[in-house]
Structure formats: C-alpha cells, structure tokens
Ligand binder design. Structure first.
Ligand code: ADE
Length: 233
C-alpha cells in the first residue's frame, strides 16, 4: 500500500485542490500516494448535524464538539494499524523538514483540520494527536495547512522526485537558504549572469554558491544562520 493521508475536515470538497496538480498530482494519479477525506459533519448525531457549540466560559467563535470529532477519529482509526495522528493548529509545534521526513516514513497519517475557535481540548487529551503549526500566523482553518504538510511529505516519497540528491542538497537540511539561480539568456535587460557561472570551473562555482547562500542566510534568517554555524562546529 502507498503512503496515505487521511484528512478529517468540514470541507472535504477542498481536496485534492492543489494536491491534484504538478508533482503531487502526478504522483497521486500514479498511485504513489493516496488521499482519503472524511467529512467531520457525517459524525454528528444531532438533529441539525451540528458539529460545534459555544465555548464554556464565554468568548467569541464556536468550538468543535468532542464527541463528533471522537467518532470521526474512531471511524478512521478502526481501519488502520498504527497511524500517526496530526492536529493542525497555530498552537502546535512548528512544522520542520525533519518532521516531514518522519511523516514520509509512516504508512498512514491522519490529519485533523480544525476550524472556528478550535476544538474541545478533551479530544486532544483522549487521542495521541500531535499538534502542528505551519507558521506564526492564523489561517481560517487547517485545510490549507494540511495541503502544505501533505505536499511537503509527498515530494519526499520514493520516486516522486527524480534525483534523490536534489533532496539531500536542499536548503533546510543544511540550515542554509538557496543560492541564486540563472538561466538563458546570458544578458537580459542589461543584466548579466555572474561570470563565475559561465567559467566552467566547478570548484569556483561551488565556492561562489556557498558564499551566496551564507550571505543570504545571515541577512534574512539569523535563526537559521546560528544553527548553521553550530552544525559546522
Ligand atoms: N490553522 C489555522 N492556522 C494554522 C496554522 N498557522 N498552522 C496550522 N494550522 C492552522
């Protein structure tokens, strides 16, 4: 069986969306990974299919009900052996390349997408859900974040991207941002491609690229730069 993302959402029609295109979409069509969506609303047992309610203690917004999400999780987990459970929320641990690597090594990843003001905390205690954030900003729901996570995993799966070394070389594995790239023509809008890249001198090219990557990282991402310096020690 191929790597499978099981998405629990109130908006299953959003999927595959961008995941149906480009690299992820081709791999999906080729059976290199699978996508299953589950509508959380199908697990409501109330008369009007309610999935949320007002928060105890007051405050704005609505909270996803524990029993509804619990039934959805039971339904999915009943079909799987030892899946990994992820809950997407801005409160989670930041998503990293390392986390994507570890998710790519799983067989089944269950992704719970939150909405409204959140989810009844007791479901998060009841299930081994790892709370993951894709960044320090708030989205209107977990679906776009789920797409980010799944896209990031799928490109790591065997044979999805041609050259394995293009993955090894990637910036966040080395704690360095990517160096600038150029293609034809050599002169465009009075702008020249750096001479060294046309020199055919591989050692000088590598050296130039490393310098560029280091300068960019130092300027834009002091946090990454610090990790890079430590990892070199
Ligand atoms: N849902 C809303 N905002 C989010 C974020 N930043 N990361 C993951 N899930 C989210």
């Amino acid at each position: 069986m191929s790597w499978t993302a099981h998405i629990l959402t109130l908006f299953p029609e959003m999927f595959p969306g961008p995941l149906g295109h480009s690299i992820a979409g081709k791999a999906l069509n080729n059976g290199m990974w699978s996508l299953k969506t589950y509508n959380i609303r199908d697990f409501s047992q109330s008369r009007h299919n309610a999935v949320d309610d007002t928060p105890f203690g007051g405050g704005p917004g609505m909270v996803l009900k524990a029993d509804v999400v619990h039934r959805a999780l039971e339904h999915v987990s009943g079909q799987l052996t030892n899946p990994k459970y992820i809950y997407l929320s801005p409160r989670g641990k930041p998503l990293t390349q390392e986390k994507l690597d570890s998710l790519a090594a799983e067989q089944n990843v269950v992704v719970l997408c939150g909405h409204y003001e959140g989810i009844d905390e007791r479901v998060l205690e009841e299930w081994p859900l790892e709370e993951v954030s894709i960044g320090d900003y708030v989205l209107s729901g977990g679906e776009v974040a789920a797409m980010v996570l799944v896209d990031g995993v799928v490109r790591l799966l065997d044979d999805v991207i041609g050259k394995a070394d293009s993955l090894e070389e990637e910036s966040f594995r080395k704690n360095l941002l990517e160096y600038p790239q150029y293609t034809k023509p050599q002169l465009w809008n009075d702008r020249k491609v750096p001479d060294v890249l046309l020199s055919g001198h591989h050692r000088l090219i590598s050296q130039w690229r490393l310098e560029q990557a280091e300068t960019l990282t130092k300027q834009r991402r002091p946090d990454l730069w610090e990790r890079y310096c430590h990892s070199k020690e």
